[in-house]
Design a protein. Structure first.
Length: 310
């Protein structure tokens, strides 16, 4: 069983229906790097997380959820001086809206020194994200330091672009990370904003994707495509009744990485990952919506979706 590690942010998720004053709040769990690990773990990979949570109820709930999912949390630090970050997932008549309360959060106070001891020992893939590079300078430094050590040890680097304009990301830093990673996830709308390209071939050209690069371009409800060994394979997303698409991209990334360390080919891994992302959209919330292995296998077997040449 392969191991996927990630460094980044965890957030507590609060769900509410804006048009129902008396409706109960929903509890959930988020943070893009942590989300990817939840899905990877549920898909069968061993997982390990490095990050920070506050010494508060939300932090304890996050830790408990990650541990329940099977994630190794030995490298998650409890910060006594900062709160756990929170976001509100608001279900409104015109769709879902997200409101973040992460300024000065424990997750944003990640530093290079948090990447301690055996965090990078005996792992197959280190997963990084554009959000980790954008939430603070110290978090970006920690991600770069972890990547440098991982490369030195022959570990593959995975990078989800996750370009979020509200965080005022450094586009050059995200572009550099995408160009040097072994496995890259980018949504087509992110490609348009960051690279000036929306189509998979155009994105691959701007990134300079080489023969050893695995580039996954996602297109929301349409599906996704993967470039591996110079060949494209595309997967059409199965039709589902969408309840909440939040976190679907993280589900796809986490499942893809789990499948790759389990030995699936890139095309096979993307097929299963697209199914995992589609399933996650049928329930509310980010990581809490992710399917387990048995449910995923049953859905893959029944879904009218498969990899085909692009």
């Amino acid at each position: 069983m392969g191991t996927v590690a990630a460094i980044g942010e965890g957030l507590f998720e609060i769900g509410l229906d804006s048009d129902a004053v008396d409706a109960p709040l929903r509890r959930g769990y988020g943070g893009d790097a942590a989300n990817a690990l939840v899905m990877a773990s549920r898909a069968g990979a061993a997982t390990r997380f490095c990050g920070r949570v506050g010494d508060d109820a939300f932090g304890r709930l996050l830790l408990g959820f990650w541990q329940q999912c099977g994630i190794d949390t030995r490298f998650v630090r409890t910060d006594d001086d900062a709160p756990t970050g929170v976001y509100v997932n608001e279900n409104a008549v015109d769709g879902h809206r997200f409101h973040y309360h992460r300024s000065g959060s424990a997750g944003s106070r990640l530093v290079s020194g948090d990447v301690t001891g055996g965090f990078l020992d005996a792992i197959d893939v280190l997963h990084l994200t554009g959000i980790t590079l954008s939430i603070s300078a110290s978090a970006a430094e920690a991600a770069h330091a972890a990547a440098a050590r991982a490369w030195d040890g022959g570990v593959r680097i995975s990078f989800s672009v996750n370009h979020r304009p509200a965080l005022s990301p450094d586009g050059d830093a995200l572009l550099a990370a995408a160009r040097t990673a072994d496995i890259v996830f980018v949504a087509d709308d992110e490609g348009e904003r960051l690279l000036g390209e929306r189509e998979p071939n155009g994105i691959a050209a701007v990134l300079g994707a080489g023969a050893e690069t695995e580039l996954i371009v996602t297109s929301g409800a349409v599906g996704a495509a993967v470039l591996a060994a110079g060949e494209w394979s595309a997967v059409t997303a199965p039709a589902v009744e969408v309840v909440d698409a939040a976190g679907a991209g993280d589900a796809l990334a986490g499942c893809y990485l789990a499948e790759r360390v389990r030995g699936s080919s890139p095309a096979e891994a993307l097929h299963i990952a697209v199914c995992a992302a589609s399933l996650s959209c049928t329930r509310w919330g980010c990581a809490a919506s992710y399917p387990g292995r048995a449910e995923l296998d049953a859905f893959v077997a029944s879904a009218e979706s498969e990899a085909s040449p692009l």
